[in-house]
Structure formats: C-alpha cells, structure tokens
Design a protein around this ligand. Structure first.
Ligand SMILES: Cc1cc2nc3c(=O)[nH]c(=O)nc-3n(C[C@H](O)[C@H](O)[C@H](O)COP(=O)(O)OP(=O)(O)OC[C@H]3O[C@@H](n4cnc5c(N)ncnc54)[C@H](O)[C@@H]3O)c2cc1C
Ligand SMILES: *[C@@H]1O[C@H](CO)[C@@H](O)[C@H](O)[C@H]1NC(C)=O
Ligand SMILES: *[C@@H]1O[C@H](CO)[C@@H](O)[C@H](O)[C@H]1NC(C)=O
Ligand SMILES: *[C@@H]1O[C@H](CO)[C@@H](O)[C@H](O)[C@H]1NC(C)=O
Ligand SMILES: *[C@@H]1O[C@H](CO)[C@@H](O)[C@H](O)[C@H]1NC(C)=O
Ligand SMILES: *[C@@H]1O[C@H](CO)[C@@H](O)[C@H](O)[C@H]1NC(C)=O
Length: 621
C-alpha cells in the first residue's frame, strides 16, 4: 500500500486557512491540490462520487480528491426542510435537449443537479429500490455479482431505516418488511409524518381497480399500492442528502479533499493508463492538473460522464476523430443508451373538496404556520412531506394495465419488431446487439405481474401523475465541441420505439379508470388535461405529443456495464474497456432503467464500487 504522508500535507492547509478543526471533508483550493498527488481522483461529487470517496477515505492512508462542478450548499431550508423544497437554485442552468421529434419537436430543460451531493440535494427524496428482476437482468447481461442477492447487502449497508410510529403506520396504511431494511448505514430514511386525507381515497380507488397493497417495494417486487419511504432523517425531519451523509461526517478527515466550483475537463492518460485529470474553474479560467497514483473514478452523472469520457478520447471513434480528439479507447457505447422515466402530467379540477391537501399547504398560511410550529418541535407535521408531492403511489404491472383490454398485444407486437428500426440508422453493430439483448429482458419484465412498468399517482389536488418506467426507446448524449464548459448534445429520443406510445396509452386508460373509481368519483373530478373531449386513442396520442415530458430526472445508462460486444463501456469491476486505472461508478453504469427511482440503487452501486476497489488494492478489512 502506498503510505503517503497525508498528515504532513494537511498542516500547511491548516495554516493557510487559519482553521483548527475542519467542519467537513476538507475543502481545498486549486493551489492546495497543486502541491500533492492523490491515490484516487473522483470526477463529480454527487451521490456515487461522495459515497465512494467517503468509503475509501475511511482508510486513513488512502487519499482522495473529489472535484465537483457545483458549489457546496449552505444548509438552506429549501433543501433541508421537505416542506420548503425548491430545486431551482442548485439545478444545472441552461441545459436543454435537442428538439424531440416524436414530441412535436419540443425542446426541454434537462433537469439535473450541480452541487456537492449531486441530485440527492435537490431531488424528491423517494427512497425506493428496483426489483429483483431488474438486477438479475443486469447479471444476465454478463455482470456476475450484480444480481439482487449480491446487491441486497449493499442496499442494507447504505441505509438506516427508522420505523414510523404505530399510529402513523395505521393511519397511513404504511407497511414494510424489516428483514430487508438496513439500520446502521449513513442514509437516513423513513416516512413523512403527515398523511393527507385524500390519500385514503386514492388507496381505495387503487383497490377498486384491482391493485393490491404491496407490503414492501424494497423487498424485490414492487407492483401494488404503497407509501414510498423518503431519504429523510427521522431525528430532525430534514433531507438526508449525500452531502449530509457522506461528506459532513468526514469531520477532520485530512485524506478526503473536496474541490468545489471546479469542472473536470478530461482524464490525462499515459498511453491507456489514466494518471490524473485536467480541470478548470467552472466559471471559466485556466486549466490545472492533478495526479492520481492509483485511479481516476468518473461520477459526473448520466449526462456528463459520457461528456468527460468523450473529451478524454474514450468514446465512438468517428465522433472523436470529427473533433480531432486523439482516440484512447474506441467505445461506441459511450453516450448511447440514454433512458429516463417518461412523464405524463394531467390536470384536474374538483367539484367537492377533501382538505387539507397539497394546495391547502401552499395557500392557507394559517394552516401552514400551525403545522410549522408542530414541525419545529419535532411533532408530526405536513412540513415533513416534500412540497407539492404526495407519498403514495400506485405501481402497476403490464398485466394490471392490459388484461382484458385492447392493449393486450403490445408485447407481442414489440417482440415482432426489428430492434434496428428503433435506433439511429448509423448505430454501431455492438450497441444494436446490446439493445436487442436489453429488449429480451424488458419482455421478461413485462411478463412479471409483480414488477411495475408504470406508476400512477395523484398529488391530492390538481395534478395527476403518470410515469412510464420501462421505456423501449433509447436516446444519446454526445459532445459537439471540445470546450469542457459547453453543454453536451442531449436527446432522449422519447417514444421512437413503436411500443412506447401504446404502453403510455394503456397506463393512461388505467389512470382514468382509477379516477372514475367510487372513492375518487365522489369528489367530482373534472379532467382538464388531456380533457374530456380527448377520447379515442388517436386523440389521446395527439395530446400526449403535446404534453409528455421525456424525463423525471432519472437519466441513466449512458456508460453501460455490459460486455464490449454488446456496446458496453465498463466491465463488472466498473473498469472502462481499453484503459487502465479508470472506472465509471455512477448511474451511467446501469444497463437499463429500473422499475423504480434510481437514488437508492446509486448508493448501493457506490457501496459495492468502494468494496471492489478496496479489494483490488488489498484494503478490505
Ligand atoms: C429533480 C430530480 C428529482 C429526482 N427525484 C428522485 C427521487 O425522488 N428518488 C430517486 O431515487 N431519484 C431521484 N432523482 C434521481 C437521482 O437523484 C439520481 O439518479 C442520482 O442522484 C444519480 O447519482 P449520480 O451520482 O450518478 O449523479 P449526480 O447525483 O447527478 O451527481 C453528479 C455530479 O457530478 C457533477 N459533475 C458533472 N459534470 C462534472 C464535471 N465535468 N466535473 C466535475 N463534476 C461534474 C454534477 O455537478 C453533479 O453534482 C431525481 C433527480 C432529479 C434531477
Ligand atoms: C439511525 O436512526 C436512529 C433514529 O433516528 C438514530 O437514533 C440512530 O443513531 C441512527 N443510526 C445511524 C447509524 O445513523
Ligand atoms: C387505509 O386502508 C383502509 C382500508 O382499505 C382505507 O379505507 C383507508 O382509506 C386507507 N387510508 C390510507 C391513508 O391509505
Ligand atoms: C384542495 O384544497 C383547496 C384549498 O385548500 C381546495 O380549494 C380544493 O378544492 C381542494 N382539492 C380537493 C381535490 O379537495
Ligand atoms: C385555513 O386553515 C385554518 C387553520 O387550520 C382553518 O381554520 C381555516 O378554515 C382554513 N381556511 C380555509 C379557507 O380553508
Ligand atoms: C452544439 O450543439 C448545441 C445544441 O445542442 C448548439 O447550440 C451548438 O451551437 C452546437 N455547437 C457546435 C460547435 O456545433
């Protein structure tokens, strides 16, 4: 093991900053970084980056530098108090998609984070795993050690679940299986302490349309109705972000350096060996270099990990050559395979009311203030619920939405379809082969009555929500210039596969059926969008092209862990093919979208990545 004297390097930092006890993982400046070499450099201080940096620096003589484009948050209420939620201040500014053809060429904001802790600082905090079949599918794509049974210990290691009170559990129909939940890890999670009365009507409507209660969506199967757990610390009822749980606790850890407001421009190679990175102030300025004696770990998120790789000469040869970037490793899969959860917003107005609801919280300041007084003394309060959101969701399987309907043939049609027709015509043969292999897994998932292919919900007032979580379509991310501060070109290519619109239609019909169930019908819902005049499939489809959103912030899969001949970018050890000393450790390595939101899984990926790396260097205790 390389016994570098990090403590000696630490001393000048103390002097130059006049600090005695550092409050966090050590914030450093460019000049501090210049005076040393690290074992590991992490590009991107988000969920995965901070998890791995924290775990590696548990070993005192391993030194890690994390470089993050964004700033460090200031513990603002709008981040940490769920009822004050506002993501805008730390969202990535001015990042947009190309016009999306099947969505009437609309252009969208690509919503991601730009802050220490990544999207865990600005996300909705839903803490839900994928299903056993999701991860077993990864394994069957050639990734030994990544099945459900392998990942479960890492989910458990990552988290600390706090039970709701018996009264809350009873009132909210909140259930869980304690045997799959961790109690000693750093991510604090629990259930909001307030239940909107309207959620009872949603629950009853779900039962009415044939959906069963799900004991625990984190136990390997997720179709059903349940209350979602949230990454909220039950001791304080504040957000448990990666900044809180993998950065703040590293108090006085001199071997864990964090360089904020700084963008990694590219990986420096010696032949194919990664030896460091070039970086520059995110506001612009001159470029510096930092060196890593062991490895460079890329964790810039699904939209920027491919950018950093491509700028470094790791990506599709044609693309790199067109920009005069020397090719280090020709990997057609870098930036391919972009996926997200497609979102259909619906708007309702109601003839009767069931209050308080999400709108009451915003408009009735008397009630909000009463609730705030309860929150401030740690009592159950609506301020523990993410603003604008209701925690109950109906996770539906393919069978749930198609049995006995005109949509029963979607799967058969999809199986007949030539996968090549769903990808751009210049697709590389290996990427196409990987996509064809993924489709086979999606077919298996559609056949599983316990796996959700969509999520239906209601915010308790004007907003219906519908997410299609198993898309067949694939998008891309690629650079079109060599400026590391320029945005990459992003296209979700939503609904370019002919199966995706029918799936959305089936989900939407089920959602309408749910709103017509007695418990919700009693409130007199009037659908404003799409609206009562929109009835035939053709009419619904036309409206969808106008109102669908291509993303739910769940971008993934752009540096997939798959074999090289399937267009993969990293091996099961997360090593980038054709290079040494370089891994990708973030949400980009997922081969395909999960049947649930990604954050809990990204924490587990980080935990496993840290163990893989420790094992390789003989650092596992
Ligand atoms: C608005 C929103 C709501 C969401 N809600 C949920 C939810 O409720 N539940 C859930 O499970 N998931 C949710 N997600 C998704 C989840 O947060 C992400 O999947 C997860 O954070 C991905 O982790 P990551 O480490 O791969 O990337 P991130 O957490 O995005 O971190 C990547 C980091 O890299 C930095 N970076 C980028 N480029 C560079 C560069 N060149 N140099 C240095 N740093 C760079 C970025 O600034 C960012 O901080 C949501 C996401 C968003 C955006
Ligand atoms: C887990 O949560 C409980 C309740 O909030 C807390 O008392 C305990 O200290 C936490 N444990 C860890 C390891 O964070
Ligand atoms: C809980 O379940 C009961 C019985 O099905 C139902 O009547 C009630 O509305 C539900 N409440 C919530 C908040 O889910
Ligand atoms: C939600 O509450 C608002 C105001 O508190 C009320 O106007 C509205 O009708 C309610 N909506 C429902 C569906 O009950
Ligand atoms: C607002 O909340 C207060 C306190 O709970 C309640 O008494 C009042 O009726 C509410 N006002 C409206 C318009 O709903
Ligand atoms: C790169 O693409 C973006 C839009 O995605 C565009 O605004 C920009 O002009 C392009 N730059 C070059 C050099 O082609």
């Amino acid at each position: 093991m390389n016994k570098r004297s990090v403590l000696l390097l630490w001393a000048p930092f103390l002097l130059s900053h006049g600090l005695t006890v550092p409050r966090h993982a050590t914030l450093v400046s460019d000049s501090d970084v210049q005076s040393q070499e690290y074992d590991f450099i992490v590009a991107g201080g988000g969920v995965a980056g901070l998890t791995v940096a924290d775990r590696l620096t548990e070993i005192p003589d391993v030194s890690v530098l994390v470089i993050e484009t964004g700033p460090v948050d200031q513990d603002e209420d709008f981040i940490y108090i769920p009822g004050s939620y506002d993501l805008q201040p730390y969202a990535w500014p001015s990042l947009t998609t190309e016009p999306i053809e099947e969505l009437n060429n609309r252009v969208f904001d690509a919503v991601i984070a730009r802050v220490a802790g990544g999207a865990s600082v600005i996300n909705a905090m839903n803490f839900v795993r994928g299903t056993a079949l999701d991860y077993d599918g990864w394994e069957s794509l050639g990734n030994d050690g990544w099945g459900w049974e392998d990942l479960l210990p890492y989910f458990i290691k990552s988290e600390n679940f706090t039970e709701p009170t018996p009264q809350l559990a009873r009132e909210g129909n909140i259930t869980w299986d304690d045997s799959v939940r961790g109690h000693e890890g750093p991510i604090q999670y629990s259930y909001p302490t307030y239940v909107y009365p309207g959620l009872g009507a949603l629950y009853e409507a779900a039962l009415h349309i044939g959906i069963q209660p799900r004991l625990d969506p984190n136990a390997g199967h997720n179709a059903g109705i349940f209350e979602q757990p949230f990454a909220i610390d039950a001791a304080t009822w504040t957000r448990s972000s990666a900044k809180r749980n993998h950065y703040d606790p590293a108090i006085g850890r001199p071997n864990y350096h964090f360089l904020a407001d700084t963008t990694v421009a590219r990986v420096i190679f010696d032949e194919t060996q990664a030896i460091g990175v070039e970086y520059l102030p995110s506001a612009g300025g001159s470029t510096s270099r930092a060196y890593a004696s062991k490895e460079v770990l890329i964790a810039a998120g699904a939209l920027h990990t491919p950018q950093v790789l491509q700028l470094s000469g790791v990506g599709p040869r044609d693309l790199l050559e067109s920009l005069d970037i020397p090719v280090v490793s020709d990997l057609p899969g870098v930036g391919s395979n972009l996926q997200d959860h497609t979102t259909l917003p619906q708007v309702y107005t109601w003839t009767h009311s069931i209050t308080p609801n999400v709108t009451t919280f915003i408009t009735n300041t008397t009630w909000a203030d009463e609730q705030r007084a309860l929150y401030d003394v740690g009592l159950p309060s609506v301020w523990s619920v993410t603003k604008h959101l209701a925690p109950k969701f109906v996770f539906v399987s393919y069978e749930d939405v198609t049995a006995g309907t005109a949509y029963a043939n979607i799967l058969a049609d999809a199986e007949e379809h030539d996968p090549a027709e769903s990808l751009p015509s210049d697709v590389h043969a290996t990427v196409l082969a990987g996509y064809a292999a993924q489709r086979q897994l999606i077919f298996d998932e559609f056949r599983d009555p316990d796996l959700a292919i969509g999520n239906l919900g209601w915010d308790t007032d004007t907003n219906g929500q519908l997410f299609s979580v198993k898309p067949f379509s694939r998008g891309y991310v690629h650079i079109n210039q060599t400026d590391p501060l320029a945005n990459p070109v992003i296209n979700y290519r939503t609904a370019t596969d002919p199966a995706d619109f029918p799936v959305l239609l089936a989900l939407f019909r089920k959602q309408r059926e749910m709103f017509a169930a007695p418990s919700l019908a009693a409130l007199g819902p009037i659908e404003l969008t799409p609206g009562p005049t929109v009835q035939t499939d053709e009419e619904v489809l036309a409206t969808m092209r106008e109102i669908l959103e291509p993303s739910n912030g769940h971008q993934c899969c752009t540096a997939p862990m798959m074999p090289l001949d399937l267009g993969g970018v990293v091996s099961p050890e997360l090593k980038v093919y054709g290079t040494a000393g370089l891994r990708v450790i973030d949400v980009s390595i997922m081969p395909k979208e999960l049947s649930g939101p990604p954050m809990a899984t990204v924490y587990a990926i980080g935990e496993k990545a840290a163990d893989i790396i420790k094992a390789e260097y003989g650092l596992l205790e």
